[in-house]
Each structure stands twice: as C-alpha cells, then as structure tokens.
Design a binder for this molecule. Structure first.
Ligand code: NAX
Ligand code: K
Length: 511
C-alpha cells in the first residue's frame, strides 16, 4: 500500500473530484460520513459526552460534518471551534453554517484568550484541529489544549492524523501532539504512524477507503510503501509442480562461537523451513552433534576450529549465504568474516556480530580487509541491523527522518539492502522504503533476529531478488510472530515458535 506525502494527497484529492465529477465538499461529506460510521461503532453509552475540536481548515471541516451526523442521530455534542485564525476553508464554512442551522449541538469558540475546556474520563474527544496540512508549530494555545487533553483520562479519536503530527518531520522536543486511542485516516497510511518518534501518540490505526481514484493512485510514484498482505502476495512465487530440491537453491549459514551455538542452529532451522532446497551449516565443530540432533535435514561443512567459524572452502556453489549470527568479535571471527566477504560470489545476509565487525572496521584505515564495505560486501547483500547495530553502521541521528536519510545514503553508497529491525521494521534500498505492518512486541526476544536471518537466506537461495527476499521475509517473519502470539500470547512467545508458524504465514499468501 502506498504511503503518500501531503502534496501527493492533495493531488489525489483534486484529481478524484474531477474524475468522479464531485465537489471537494462532496468528497469531504463522503470521508466524514465514513468516519462517522466507524465512530458510531465505538460509542458505548448514551451518557458519553462527545467533544469535537474543529480547526478552520479541511480537517476541521471533517470534524464539523461528523458533529452534524452525531447530533442528527441524537448524540449530545459539544463543538469547540479552535479559531487560531479568522479565515476558514470554504468547505469548513459550509459545514459550520449547516451545523449552526441544525441547532442541536453546543458550539463554543476557542481562541488564545479563552479558558480551555476540561476533559474527563466520560469524554470522547474527536480531534479535527489539524490534518495533513500542518506545516509549522501549532499555535501555543492549541498546544496547551493538547497537553491538557493528554493529561486527562478522556478517549480520543483523531481524524486523519493526530493534530500536531507532521508527515515529514518529528515533533520538536517541546511540541505537543494529541495522543490518540484511534486514528481514522483517509485512504492511505501515513509514515509517522510507524516511526518510534511518534509512538507515544499513535493508538489503533484504521485506514478508511474514501474511494479516491485508483487510476491516479497507481500513477503516483511513491518510494514509500506499507508492506501488507496484498503487497506480500505480489512478491510471493508459487512453487512449480515439476520441481526438485535443486530448483529451490542451496543456502549456507555461517555462524556460532564457543558459547553461542544455539543461534546458528535456530537460524539454520528457520532457513530449512523457508522452502529452500538444501541448507548447509558452517559452524564451530563443537556444535556439530547438536546441530544434527536438532536438524537432521541440515548438512555440515567441515570446520577446523572447535570454537570459531573458519573460511573453509565449501566444495560447492552456494546460492545464498547468511553470516554473522553468534560469531562473536574475536580476531578469528574477524579474519573468517573478511575472507567470506571477499570470496563470496552470491549475495549475503549479514547479521549480528558481522555487522558490528563491519561497523568497527569501516573506519580503521590500517586494516586491509574490512577497511570499507565498498567492493568487499557483495552488491545487493542484505544487512539486518537492530537499532544499536544500525547506529554503529550509519552513525547517530537526531530523529527518525534523519535516520531514514542516513540509511538511504548508506544503502546507496554500498549498494546494499538495509533491513532496519524495529517495532515496524524498515527495509530500505536506495530511495525505496518498505515499512512492515506485521510483528508484535512478543518478538522482542532472544533468537528472533536469528530466525529472520535464516528465513531471508532461504528466500534468497530460492532465487528471490535481494530486495524481494528482504521485503517478503520481513513480512512473513512478523506475520508468523503475530499468528503465534494470537495462540500463545506475546509474553510466552519464543523464537522457535515463530518458525512453527511459518507454515500458517505461507498459507495466508496463497489464500
Ligand atoms: N486528502 C483527502 O483525500 C481528503 C482530505 N480531507 C481533510 O483535509 C485535511 C487537510 O486539510 P487542509 O489542507 O485544509 O489542512 P489542515 O486542516 O490540516 O490545516 C489547515 C490549514 O492550516 C494552516 N496551517 C498549517 N500549520 C499551521 C499552524 N501551525 N498554525 C496555523 N495555521 C497552520 C495551513 O494553511 C493548512 O492548510 C486532511 O487531513 C483531511 O482531514 C477530507 O476532508 C476529505 C478528503
Ligand atoms: K486531526
């Protein structure tokens, strides 16, 4: 699903009106009507107090229409006109006149001199002050209103976006944003919903299809996408009936060190469950018997060292290699990693300590092998850093938007795919950004990343392009975690459980 910027949304909006031969007011009426239908299902008792906060723009216009529908259906509505300017958008004005003529709700004006309303636990607040048009700090009294609301126990439904949210920047340290219980957003998801900087204000998100032009939507180029089931289905490649294990590639997992052997076993197991033809494992030899016990389907590559990975020749051509899980940061691991980066002639999935070693040696001019990623890591490899590893790789950022730019620059500089793991993971290749919609906090558990690495390596070996493997793998991994959590709760979820739900995840792609 495309994620659009404010200017693209405005374009889509006006194109749709022309295409459907409707006025902007009629579109607003449709959007507000659909939002009202959703709000109605959430109203819990006749005693609920509804407070609509309406700005003077089109977001406020939505709010005034919703207030009208509520009052029409007999709900008790207080409307607060948040008048930080004396002008009003024409559609807002039209809805205000209709609301006044209806004479069923209490309408009050709020300006910077007004006393601000109280909010109680009985209140349902409908926030329609600013939508996607916010382009500078909200006026001080509106921020005070937001802080007062956020400090109360009232419920809040935000229309389109929480007022105070920017589509293209994080809020300043002192800037207030309305905290939402529910966001009813129109037509397309908005990027900040998925970024940690806004995590404190984003509640449940419901995307309302308001019937904007699909033709125009498909024409608008967007480098930002939310990865949902329909996008994942497009990436998925069904297996041909006439095929054999050679059809699905040979994956190799390279990982483990003296005290970290379980991680590579987990990763190999995940790889084996990804649909791959064969999985070979290069790991410290002290772990060999454990691997065969846990995963008899895997094949072992001889390894000279008991405790560390080596650069032992495979004796066959690998279709994809996953490297880094549990290797530690010893000299032995560093030297083996350097050798693998140099000799691998297939794309790699690079994770965990391999990322730390790379980050450390990007700048160390005296080390020859890992001096720079450029020309060392095979192009189109997938790097899967968690936030700490990411910081070591790309440097510090002041907010999520700067982080995204740093990742894009890094991806362009080294021609690699960066899968930045987070609550909503971001998969970035050059200027293309894929935001994951699956996953839950139960997956913040040891081994979850190892499972992802195994899955990505398996998909790569099957011939998915690096970007498609990364995007599809990210989605499937989160989906498996969601399905597992549904059955067993987020709390008790372990990384092994995620693998057990791969089957159900793949089935969703085929449904
Ligand atoms: N895009 C769509 O498809 C639709 C959009 N609609 C609504 O229209 C909204 C966008 O409306 P608008 O473009 O009128 O924008 P807003 O209603 O978000 O803001 C109103 C205006 O305030 C001004 N402004 C921005 N920041 C300010 C600040 N800090 N202090 C003072 N003034 C400031 C801007 O000129 C802005 O246009 C959407 O969020 C949505 O709620 C819906 O009515 C119908 C369909
Ligand atoms: K709003």
């Amino acid at each position: 699903m495309k994620i659009l910027e404010a200017s693209q949304l405005a374009d889509l909006d006006s194109y749709s009106c022309k295409e459907q031969n409707i006025s902007s007011w009629e579109l607003m009426e449709r959007a507000a009507g659909l939002a009202y239908e959703e709000i109605k299902t959430r109203l819990n008792s006749a005693t609920q107090q509804i407070k609509v906060l309406a700005g003077p723009g089109n977001n406020g216009g939505d709010g005034l229409a919703i207030a009208y529908f509520l009052a029409q259906d007999g709900w008790d509505v207080d409307v607060f006109l948040v008048n930080f300017t004396s002008s009003r958008s024409p559609d807002n004005q039209k809805n205000l006149v209709r609301l006044k003529n209806q004479a069923k709700s209490n309408i009050r004006e709020l300006t910077e001199d007004s006393e601000l309303p109280e909010f109680t636990s009985e209140d349902l607040v409908i926030d329609a002050i600013f939508g996607v048009g916010l382009n500078r700090s909200m006026p001080e009294f509106v921020q005070k209103l937001a802080r007062k609301h956020n400090g109360s126990a009232s419920q809040c439904i935000c229309i389109d976006v929480p007022s105070g949210m920017y589509l293209d920047q994080s809020p300043g340290e002192d800037e207030a944003v309305f905290q939402s219980d529910l966001i009813l957003t129109f037509q397309t998801p908005k990027l900040p919903f998925y970024l940690p900087d806004y995590s404190g204000v984003v509640g449940e998100v419901k995307i309302i299809d308001i019937g904007l032009s699909q033709k125009r939507l498909s024409e608008i180029s967007s480098e930002l996408n939310l990865v949902d089931l329909s996008l994942a289905k497009k990436l998925y490649r069904p297996r041909p009936r006439f095929s054999h294990k050679g059809t699905y590639g040979h994956a190799v997992l390279i990982g483990g060190s003296e005290l970290m052997l379980g991680s590579v076993i987990l990763s190999s197991k995940s790889c084996m469950h990804s649909g791959v033809g064969k999985t070979s494992v290069l790991m410290p030899s002290r772990g060999h018997s454990a691997l065969i016990q846990h995963l008899p389907e895997a094949m072992l590559v001889e390894n000279a060292s008991e405790d560390f990975i080596s650069d032992q020749d495979l004796g066959f051509n690998a279709d994809a290699i996953g490297i880094g899980i549990g290797i530690g940061t010893s000299e032995a691991a560093l030297s083996a990693l350097g050798a693998w980066l140099e000799k691998a002639d297939c794309p790699l999935v690079i994770d965990a300590d391999a990322l730390n070693l790379i980050a450390e040696h990007i700048t160390l001019k005296d080390k020859k092998r890992l001096r720079t990623l450029d020309g060392q890591v095979p192009k189109k490899s997938i790097l899967t850093p968690h936030p700490g590893e990411l910081r070591r790789l790309v440097g510090s950022w002041k907010d999520d938007f700067e982080k995204l730019n740093l990742i894009k620059d890094f991806s362009k500089q080294f021609d690699v795919i960066v899968l930045a793991k987070d609550a909503y993971s971001l998969c970035v290749y050059q200027d293309q950004v894929f935001v994951n919609s699956t996953g839950n906090s139960g997956m913040a558990t040891a081994g979850s990343g190892d499972v992802l690495t195994g899955l990505l390596t398996g998909l790569l070996a099957q011939g998915y392009s690096s970007l498609n493997a990364a995007v599809l793998g990210m989605f499937l991994h989160g989906l498996a975690g969601d399905l597992a959590a549904e059955e067993m709760s987020e709390e008790s979820l372990t990384a092994s459980d995620i693998i057990r739900y791969f089957g159900d995840s793949f089935s969703k792609l085929k449904a």
